[in-house]
Design a binder for this molecule. Sequence first.
Ligand code: AMZ
Length: 268
Amino acid sequence: MLVIPAIDIKNGQCVRLTQGDFTKEKIYEQDPVAMAKKFEQNGPDLIHIVDLDGAKDGLMKNKKVIEQISKTIQVPIELGGGIRDKKTIDGLLSFVDRIILGTAAIENKEFLKEAITKYGDRIAVSLDAKDGKLTTRGWVETTDQDVFDYAKELESIGIQTIIYTDIARDGTLTSPNFSSIERLRSYISCFLIASGGVSSLEDIKKLKELGVDGVIIGKALYEGKVDLKETIAICHPELVFTESDSVSGSVMKGDAELRIQHDTVYAG
Ligand code: AMZ
């Protein structure tokens, strides 16, 4: 299971929201580049970056600092928040590895299909759910679209990665919504990344048992509830830490193009 620390950026700073509520914001680090470097030192598989201003307003506001992160670290990056057209995707894919579509994937299926055809596994869709219904536009609007039905539909049109977030759990340090994740796992066979509510190593072990392919960890890392290195040891037990050298591997199923480049080495 991939270990994916989260960096949510608002007004150029690293923040965490509670249940996606923009009025419940806590700033953890002024400099997102420093945060990314700190995460990288522990050897995560991928870094999940969200431009929160972009998600809310439909227009990315933190592109410069995200580009700076990509120039500074070697770990692959997936990026979401305010990405709603092909021109933007083209520009961003020159410096990040995977694009996350939320609002546009729900509001414009034709666009999503075209994006999947053109960019393949470099597109992921985020399913951000409130009481089982999908939300859009910074999680402010709730649709009547059922998360499980939509996940199935996405798979049928060729999406290779789905990121599921239970909004009620996000930023609460309670636990993930295991029953929904288990159900989702039984519905779809594509790559499934779980997000929202992770608060302990026990949560991570349970997600792994459920057959989840990746876990996004936010507040638990920032609040020191979960240690990134210990998480990696749980998620990659086959790997034993040694020094020097480097190793690369695929971070996605099938014909994945994203490559992991670890400076620290885990040799089996
Ligand atoms: O925390 C929030 N309010 C929030 C958030 N983290 N709102 C949106 N997002 C994330 C989604 C996804 O990664 O989880 O933004 C991305 C989707 O953005 P968009 O603009 O495509 O809907």
